[in-house]
Design a protein. Structure first.
Length: 363
């Protein structure tokens, strides 16, 4: 991403300092992906705690920040900070070999801090998005005791390239002294044409043959879970974050929450309905998926009938989506101020300032 939601909000506020008739309410949002932790820190404040966990691709370690809000007894985690494309360099982006084990390790370390009295929480909220992994959350659960066995009853590494070899699964129910909420922004099932591997695999480095292996492996794991009476694997949200919600929901009783719920209720956007004259929101590339649970799409749906004008800032907006927008929504493409996409990325702050001038001229 070129600019975070929090930085974008601050920049827009600066540009409206000389606009006396406007009272701006800053409410940066996140639908669970990159920037989730910054948004949570803006809204909830708190203390940043750092935990040392394994990277998704080997046994080397990375430092993962989390936000601890003492008053609400809540820890906020951005999955992209420990499993994301931003922490997995291009040379390691092979989803067949990547594991979400770091998430399981992080949960255990937080549990240890709760047990020792270092922190006091009753809830963890995890923003799911921007992940490099596509492993159903099996890696996370492997750090919590889940084991996979092949036809020779030999334990095998819990990574996707081995899922089709699994002949047995061992799991001792693990419980935590806190609730786990997963914030998801997509309605994709785990399997099939709109599933985790098929839809998101290529952008995470998977080839067509890799996607077939992933799909077959997921099917195999699902069958074993069903044989153990662990059902409901058809949940329409299980494809988010490389399938992480599936195993965390089925084995850890995690609660799956839509980004819309988090944005409107936790971030307080819903309390602004009917109280604002215009809205400024945005997204890097605005397309049909943006209207299906993504942050900017949620804002448009909530305010298009309640505000006189909505200004949609985006790097680019797909023409087929632009044509369907209501008359009170004004899209502004940052790319249109520059010669090409690369130039607009390098000069994103200048582009935002030019967009703000355009907004003020239309108020």
């Amino acid at each position: 991403e070129c600019i975070s939601s929090v930085s974008l909000s601050s920049l827009i506020a600066e540009e409206f300092d000389d606009f006396p008739d406007a009272e701006l309410i800053l409410k940066p949002i996140s639908d669970g992906g990159d920037g989730f932790l910054d948004v949570c820190r803006f809204h909830f404040s708190g203390k940043i705690l750092n935990y040392q966990i394994s990277t998704p691709y080997d046994n080397s370690e990375l430092i993962c920040p989390v936000l601890y809000n003492i008053d609400s007894k809540t820890i906020y985690i951005e999955s992209a900070d420990l499993l994301g494309l931003k922490v997995v360099s291009a040379e390691f982006r092979n989803p067949l070999k990547l594991s979400s084990k770091g998430l399981g390790e992080l949960l255990l370390k937080i549990e240890n801090d709760v047990s020792s009295g270092k922190i006091n929480i009753n809830k963890i909220i995890v923003g799911i998005g921007g992940t490099a992994t596509i492993d159903m959350g099996i890696g996370a659960c492997s750090a919590l005791g889940l084991k996979l066995f092949d036809v020779n009853d030999k334990e095998i590494l819990a990574i996707p390239e081995n899922f089709n070899k699994v002949e047995d699964i061992e799991w001792d129910n693990k419980t935590f002294p806190f609730r786990i909420d997963l914030i998801i922004d997509v309605d994709n099932p785990l399997l099939g044409r709109t599933g985790a591997a098929t839809v998101f695999g290529q952008q995470k480095g998977a080839s067509e043959s890799d996607i077939v292996i992933l799909e077959n492996g997921f099917n195999n794991i699902r069958n074993f879970l069903q044989n153990k009476d662990i059902t409901d694997s058809s949940n329409p949200t299980f494809g988010a974050g490389g399938g992480i919600p599936s195993l965390l929901y089925l084995l850890l009783n995690a609660k799956i929450r839509r980004a819309k719920d988090f944005i409107l209720n936790d971030l307080g956007i819903g309390r602004l309905k009917g109280k604002v004259d215009f809205v400024i929101t945005g997204e890097g590339a605005f397309d049909h998926q943006s209207l299906m649970g993504k942050g900017a799409g949620i804002i448009l749906q909530e305010f298009e009938k309640r505000s006189s004008k909505i200004f949609l800032l985006c790097g680019i907006i797909r023409n087929e989506v632009n044509k369907k927008l209501p008359d009170n929504i004004f899209p502004i493409e940052i790319n249109s101020f520059f010669q090409n996409k690369d130039e607009s990325i390098l000069n994103i702050e200048s582009g935002i300032r030019l967009a703000c001038i355009k907004i003020k001229n239309n108020l």
